[in-house]
Design a protein around this ligand. Structure first.
Ligand code: PGA
Length: 257
C-alpha cells in the first residue's frame, strides 16, 4: 500500500522569519496526520537548517529543491549531497520543470543528480512533465517516456525504493490550470506501466507518483482520489499553512490506514 506524500516546493520564496514560521505552522497543522501521510517541505537552501530545526520532534521531513552531483570541491555556487544530509535533508527534488526550462538542465544532468543523491543516501523526487505544445501535438507520453528513461539510467529496482516520481505538466505549474483528475490519472497509469516494463510489477506498485501543477485545497481531493495519484507536489499553495495543511488533511482523510 502506497502512503500519500504531500510535498511543498517553496521555490525561491520566504525569508528566515517566514520560513521558520511556515515550517512550524505546517508541522503543528499536520499533527497526527503524519501517521497516515508523509509530509515533505522543500525550502530554499539558506533556510533548510532552520526549517529542519522548526520541525524537529515531528514527523515532517525536510528536502531540498535541487542538488549538484559532484563531491564537495571547486564548484562555485553549487550544493552537494553531503551538505544536504548534513543539514538534515531527507530528500531532494530533481529535474523540476523550472530547472529544465529556465535553467537549461537536461536528462543527462538530471540522471547524474539522481545517482549522486541515492549514492549519498538522499531520496529523490524526480519531476517529469510535458509542455503545452507537446501535449497539443499528442506527444505527452513520448516526452514523459524520454524523461523517465533519461532520468533513471542505471537506477536499479532496489534503488527505486528511494525514488518518488512527480508528474508536473508544465502548462499547469503556477498557472491555476490544473490537470483534470482524468488527465492526471491517465498519465499516472501510463507512468506506472512504464515502471512495470522498465523494472517489474513490485517497483510499479510501490513507487509513489505525485501530481503537481496548481494543486490547491479545493482540488486536492479529486486528484488524490485517483487510483494512481499517490500525493502532490505543491508550489504556490505550500507557501501558507492555511492553504497547505488542508491538502494534508484531504490526503489523511482518503487514507485507509
Ligand atoms: P504550483 O507549482 O503548485 O504553484 O503550480 C507546483 C510545482 O512547480 O512544483
Amino acid at each position: 500500500m502506497r502512503r500519500f506524500l504531500i510535498a511543498g516546493n517553496w521555490k525561491m520564496n520566504t525569508n528566515s522569519e517566514s520560513a521558520k514560521s511556515l515550517a512550524s505552522d505546517v508541522a503543528a497543522g499536520a499533527g497526527n496526520h503524519t501517521e497516515k501521510v508523509c509530509v515533505l517541505l522543500c525550502p530554499p537552501f539558506p533556510y533548510l537548517a532552520l526549517a529542519k530545526e522548526a520541525v524537529n520532534g515531528t514527523d515532517v521531513k525536510i528536502g531540498a529543491q535541487d542538488v549538484y552531483f559532484e563531491s564537495p570541491g571547486a564548484f562555485t555556487g553549487e550544493v552537494s549531497v553531503d551538505m544536504l544530509s548534513d543539514v538534515g535533508c531527507f530528500a531532494t527534488i530533481i529535474g523540476h520543470s523550472e530547472r529544465r526550462h529556465v535553467l537549461g538542465e537536461d536528462d543527462v544532468t538530471i540522471n547524474k543528480k539522481v545517482k549522486a543523491a541515492l549514492a549519498g543516501g538522499l531520496g529523490a523526487v524526480l519531476c517529469v512533465g510535458e509542455l503545452l505544445e507537446e501535449r497539443d501535438a499528442g506527444n505527452t507520453e513520448t516526452v514523459l517516456d524520454t524523461q523517465m528513461a533519461g532520468g533513471l539510467v542505471d537506477i536499479t529496482s532496489e534503488q527505486m525504493e528511494k525514488i518518488v516520481i512527480a508528474y508536473e505538466p508544465v502548462w499547469a505549474i503556477g498557472t491555476g490550470k490544473v490537470a483534470t483528475p482524468d488527465q492526471a490519472e491517465s498519465v499516472h497509469a501510463h507512468l506506472r506501466n512504464w515502471l512495470e516494463s522498465r523494472y517489474n510489477s513490485d517497483v510499479a506498485e510501490s513507487t509513489r507518483i505525485l501530481y503537481g501543477g496548481s494543486v490547491k485545497a479545493n482540488n486536492a481531493r479529486t486528484l488524490l482520489e485517483q487510483q494512481n495519484v499517490d500525493g502532490a507536489l505543491v508550489g504556490g499553495a505550500s507557501l501558507k499553512a492555511d492553504s497547505f495543511v488542508p491538502i494534508i488533511e484531504a490526503a489523511a482523510d482518503l487514507s485507509t490506514s
